[in-house]
Design a protein. Structure first.
Length: 201
């Protein structure tokens, strides 16, 4: 969770659009292997447009994490204050992986509708990291206290996304995943809550 109430919003090119002050109901919501987003509520006296790919950074114990807008939101006008009220949802960058197909050899042009692999957790993750790198995402992985990590396990992949493949790999090895600071950690993690963002005064 950030230790400040003011947050910078950047456009897709990395230029700072504005700084905003978090209001009540601003939260960081995370559910393991399911949801990971920031809901940022704030007011502006001049209307400003926020588009797909605009992002913020959130600092936590695991490092700095990037969250992006994936759906367009229109503000509401408050006649009493003469300001525009925003409620923007910024999703963790890893959820864009749900838009990319998972392949054994992502560099191949052919469509791999269905394929399978019998291997250890590390080697399954090497294929996943290869998929991410092909699309320009530079991530590493960390295996933490996974009992079956060195066991070769058969997994069938049927026309699924990279994100779904990660969940399928974790479930096959009886573990869970979380992403923080460009590291995919596989292991038992106790996580799932709403964390209120510090608000401005």
């Amino acid at each position: 969770m950030d230790s400040i109430a003011e947050y910078s919003i950047y456009d897709i090119d990395g230029t700072e659009k504005c700084k905003v002050v978090a209001e009540e109901n601003s939260v960081y919501h995370v559910e393991l292997m399911k949801y990971d987003y920031v809901k940022l509520c704030f007011k502006l006296y001049e209307k400003k447009s926020f588009g797909l790919g605009d992002y913020i950074y959130l600092q936590s114990d695991g490092g700095k994490q990037k969250f992006e807008i994936t759906e367009i939101h229109k503000p509401t006008y408050d006649t009493e204050t003469g300001s525009y009220s925003y409620e923007l949802q910024f999703n963790a960058e890893c959820y864009k992986w749900g838009n990319k197909k998972y392949k054994y050899e992502p560099k191949n042009d052919r469509f791999e509708a269905s394929w399978a692999l019998t291997d250890t957790l590390a080697n399954h993750m090497e294929v996943l990291i290869r998929n991410l790198a092909y699309y320009g995402w530079n991530f590493t992985y960390n295996i933490k206290d996974v009992v079956n990590a060195t066991k070769s396990i058969y997994i069938q992949f049927d026309n699924i996304s990279i994100l779904d493949a990660l969940t399928k790999i974790a479930e096959a090895f009886g573990t869970e995943w979380i992403v923080s600071d460009n590291i995919i950690t596989l292991g038992r993690v106790e996580l799932g809550s709403d964390i209120e963002l510090e608000q401005g005064v």
